[in-house]
Design a protein around this ligand. Structure first.
Ligand code: HEM
Length: 391
């Protein structure tokens, strides 16, 4: 068995430093760990901590496969179309889905997204305080997602409860499996209903679309729907929670947000760079090298996407949140063929949310004395964030 080195201890799920502050823990890794290292955690895997190494992995799907999107690899993992597909299988699905996620397809959703943001913020504005993740962050993307896909909105409470429990770090594997079954059941019902009677929503479109001279199979539809669920619902909430936590402390940036709505897209992007929160796994398909380090077929590598936007070679003073950068370079939405398909939707949701908050609530602060808890893993999260404002 070849020797894997250098070795450095890091548990991407359970490291206590991650639970205390995910971004501080990854920053520490960037400063102190080798650019490519082997950790014994989770059966042993590689981790990269430089932008060059991260980009090398993400841009070479021939050597670094997405077929197992977990560490350790789970051979029973259901296929996630298109995220767990490699070339050449990946491309036709990506092309099929792309038109529905391009900016010109997403822009018309803005008025409805704004209505959702207004409705949710109106419900808390007079309280002068809220637990952001529960009251807003986790509700907002669920509403947008349900409407876009065509889930009946009268099932909102049930759907949201399932979503919240599914992504809860405390839930055990057995319960998560039951919840997956529930979600798949809901998806199956929806597909069946739209097959019988199409409506103006994405599931109806996908059920009836021509894919290389045939219709998508039930398994393909479920795989796409389930991925959208995972990708769209556990991400926007985290981005907003990390962003709001930063804004609560940064009076100058908050003032800019409130006084200059034209700066909002830049604020969204810079907060995504500074608070990137996805570490994506890849499976190594041949003996090869990453940034000069020998790695082996059958190994896994974790790519913390944070490392791209935090690299001093690409970004001056990367720890600072600044709007005057000529380019905001980061890989918070991935890089290469799997770059987030929902990027325009995610950016729009975040921009509309911040703008609506700035208009309706304006300045705010964190409740004093609260102890923050973070979730590690592949998609990192802030579990709760108590905010206060003068109402
Ligand atoms: C702030 C919010 C979001 C972030 C940070 C984010 C991040 C990412 C990242 C890092 C990847 C690449 C993963 C990899 O390389 O393994 C990805 C892929 C993907 N995302 Fe997102 N995402 C967000 C929101 C969304 C939304 C709202 C949707 C759609 C409803 C979505 C749909 C997808 C899909 C379908 C893929 C797979 C693309 C492919 O494999 O070709 N994402 N996302």
């Amino acid at each position: 068995m070849p020797v894997r080195e250098p070795v450095y201890a890091f548990d991407y799920v359970a490291d206590p430093a991650l639970h205390a502050d995910v971004h501080a823990a990854y920053w520490n890794l960037k400063q102190n760990a080798p650019p490519v290292f082997w950790t014994p955690a989770h059966g042993g895997h590689w981790v990269v901590t430089s932008a060059d190494a991260a980009i090398e992995v993400l841009r070479h799907p021939d050597r670094f496969s997405s077929k197992f999107l977990s560490i350790p690899p789970n051979p029973n993992q259901p296929k996630m179309i298109p995220e767990s597909l490699d070339p050449p299988e990946h491309r036709p699905y990506r092309q099929l889905l792309r038109p529905y996620f391009e900016s010109k397809a997403i822009e018309p959703l803005e008025p409805r997204i704004r209505e959702w943001a207004e409705r949710l913020i109106d419900a808390v504005v007079d309280q002068g305080e809220c637990e952001f993740v529960d009251a807003l962050g986790s509700r907002f993307p669920v509403s947008v997602f349900m409407e876009m896909f065509g889930f009946p909105l009268d099932q909102f409470d049930f759907f949201r409860a399932t979503v919240v429990e599914y992504f809860d770090a405390q839930v055990d594997a057995q319960r998560r499996m039951e919840l997956s079954m529930q979600i798949l059941g809901t998806l199956t019902q929806l597909i069946e209903a739209r097959r019988a009677e199409p409506k103006d929503d994405l599931i109806s479109t996908l059920v009836h679309i021509d894919f290389e001279g045939r219709k998508l199979t039930q398994d393909e539809l479920i795989s796409i729907g389930f991925l959208m669920f995972l990708a769209g619902l556990d991400t926007v909430v985290n981005a907003l929670a990390f962003g709001m936590r930063h804004l609560a402390h940064d009076t100058a940036l908050r003032t800019r947000l409130i006084e200059d709505p034209a700066a909002i897209p830049a604020i969204v992007e810079e907060l995504m760079r500074r608070y990137t929160f996805v570490s994506t796994p890849r499976y190594i398909t041949q003996d090869t090298e990453i940034a000069g380090v020998k790695v082996y077929e059958g190994d896994s590598v974790l790519v913390p996407l944070h490392m791209v936007g935090w690299d001093e070679k690409l970004t001056e003073c990367p720890a600072e949140v600044r709007l005057d950068r000529p380019h905001c370079r980061h890989a918070g939405f991935g890089s290469g063929i799997h770059t987030c398909l929902g990027i325009h939707l995610a950016r729009l949701e975040m921009a509309v949310f911040y703008e609506t908050w700035a208009k309706k609530i304006g300045h705010f602060r964190m409740r004093e004395g609260q102890q923050l808890h973070f979730r590690g893993g592949s998609v990192q999260a802030l579990e709760a964030l108590h905010l206060e404002w003068d109402s």
